[in-house]
Design a protein around this ligand. Structure first.
Ligand SMILES: Nc1nc2c(c(=O)[nH]1)N[C@H]1C(S)=C(S)[C@@H](COP(=O)(O)O)O[C@H]1N2
Ligand SMILES: [Mo]
Length: 324
C-alpha cells in the first residue's frame, strides 16, 4: 500500500476527494463511455504523467497561507485533472494541451504595464512576485462549455497590481494580453484567430476583492498549461475571461474588443457573467459537469458569488448583455 505524505494544504482541506473513490469514479465514467465532447480524454488522465516545471524559480515562494474568506463547499478537483484538462488555444483547440504547453519559456518573463498610468513600465515577473502579497484562495471555475472545477489558486489581488500601475483618473478599462510567440505556441500560426488573446475588465471589476492574479496552483507555481506565470481568475465570470500567461496590462479609456468578442460576440460577449437562466445559443447553462467527479451540479447565479459582485452592475444600461 502506498502511503502518501500530505502537504499542509491537504491537511487543511477536509473535503479532498479520496484517491480511491476518485479512481473508481473515473473508471465508472470511462465504462459509461462518457467520451467525446462531454468528457475529453485528457480528463481521464494521461497515464502517470503530471506536467509541471520543477525548474520554476518561484517554487520557494509556495505554499502560501490560505485566505479563509475564500472557501467552496464542494470537493476540490484533483491537481492531476486540473492540470491535464485545459483550454489554451495557443497550444491547440482541444483539452489535451498540457504537454505542448511545456514549450512555453516562462523565464525571463517581462510584464508590460502601459497606457493611462502615471509611469509606464516593464517589470520582471520575479520582481513583481516579490512585491505582491501572495495568498491562497479556493475558487469555483465555470467554463462556458458547462464544465467546472474547484481548485486552490495562489496569487495576489488584481487591485494590488492596479495600485502599482497607478492609472490616471480617465482610465476606465484594464486590457490584459497573453504572450505572442508562434514558434512555441503553434496555435498562434492559425491566422484566423485574433491573437494575442485579449481580455478586458472594467476598472471597477479589476479592483473588486474577488479579482485575483493567479501565480500558483495547489501550493506550487501554476503549471504552464494553466497559464504560468500569471493568469487571471474572476470566478463570477465564465472561464474564457480568465486570460492566461499575461504579458501586458494596458489601462485605456475606450473598451477594445476581446479575443472571443472578435470571433463571436453573440456567444462569448464582454461581460460573460455566469447565469443558469441565460442559455448559450447552442446549449443550456442550467447545470455543469464537475471534471473531477463527473457529477452534475446546478449552475449558480454569478457562479455562487452574486452577493459579492452584483453591485458592480447596478449602472449597466443594457442588462440583457450582462450574461453573454
Ligand atoms: N491565453 C488564453 N487564456 C485562456 C484560454 C485560452 O485559450 N488562451 N482559455 C480560457 C478558457 S475557455 C478557460 S475555461 C480557462 C481554462 O483554464 P484551465 O485550463 O486552467 O482550466 O482558461 C481561459 N484562458
Ligand atoms: Mo472556458
Amino acid at each position: 500500500m502506498l502511503i502518501r505524505i500530505r502537504k499542509s494544504w491537504e491537511i487543511q482541506e477536509s473535503r479532498v476527494t479520496p484517491e480511491a473513490t476518485y479512481v473508481n469514479r473515473r473508471d465508472i465514467l470511462r465504462g459509461m463511455g462518457l467520451g467525446g465532447l462531454a468528457i475529453g480524454s485528457a480528463s481521464l488522465g494521461l497515464p502517470g504523467k503530471v506536467y509541471a516545471d520543477n525548474a520554476d524559480p518561484s517554487q520557494s515562494l509556495y505554499p502560501v497561507s490560505r485566505n479563509p474568506a475564500y472557501q467552496v463547499d464542494r470537493d476540490l478537483t484533483p491537481y492531476k485533472i486540473a492540470s491535464t484538462y485545459n483550454n489554451f488555444y495557443e497550444f491547440g483547440s482541444h483539452k489535451n494541451i498540457a504537454r505542448a504547453a511545456q514549450r512555453l519559456n516562462i523565464r525571463p518573463w517581462t510584464v508590460t504595464i502601459d497606457g493611462m498610468v502615471s509611469t509606464p513600465r516593464e517589470i520582471a515577473i520575479d520582481d513583481l512576485l516579490a512585491r505582491m502579497p501572495l495568498e491562497e484562495r479556493i475558487y469555483r471555475h465555470r467554463c462556458v462549455e458547462a464544465w467546472s472545477m474547484v481548485v486552490p489558486w495562489s496569487g495576489f489581488p488584481l487591485k494590488e497590481l492596479v495600485r502599482l500601475a497607478d492609472p490616471t483618473a480617465d482610465a476606465r478599462y484594464l486590457v490584459m494580453q497573453t504572450f505572442e510567440d508562434s514558434s512555441v505556441a503553434s496555435g498562434q500560426k492559425q491566422f484566423w484567430y485574433p491573437w494575442p488573446y485579449t481580455e478586458v475588465l472594467t476598472l471597477e471589476e479589476a479592483t473588486h476583492d474577488l479579482a485575483f492574479m493567479v501565480t500558483g496552483l495547489y501550493g506550487k507555481p501554476v503549471p504552464k498549461q494553466n497559464g504560468a506565470p500569471l493568469r487571471l481568475a474572476v470566478p463570477w465570470k465564465y472561464g474564457f475571461k480568465h486570460v492566461k500567461s499575461i504579458a501586458r496590462f494596458s489601462f485605456v479609456k475606450e473598451r477594445p474588443k476581446t479575443f472571443w468578442e472578435t470571433l463571436n460576440s453573440d456567444e462569448y460577449g464582454f461581460w460573460a457573467n455566469v447565469n443558469p437562466d441565460v442559455p448559450h445559443p447552442r446549449w443550456s447553462q442550467a447545470s455543469e459537469r464537475d471534471i473531477g467527479t463527473g457529477e452534475r451540479f446546478p449552475t449558480l447565479l454569478f457562479n455562487g458569488y452574486a452577493e459579492a459582485v452584483q453591485g458592480l452592475y447596478r449602472n449597466v444600461e443594457d442588462k440583457s448583455r450582462l450574461f453573454v
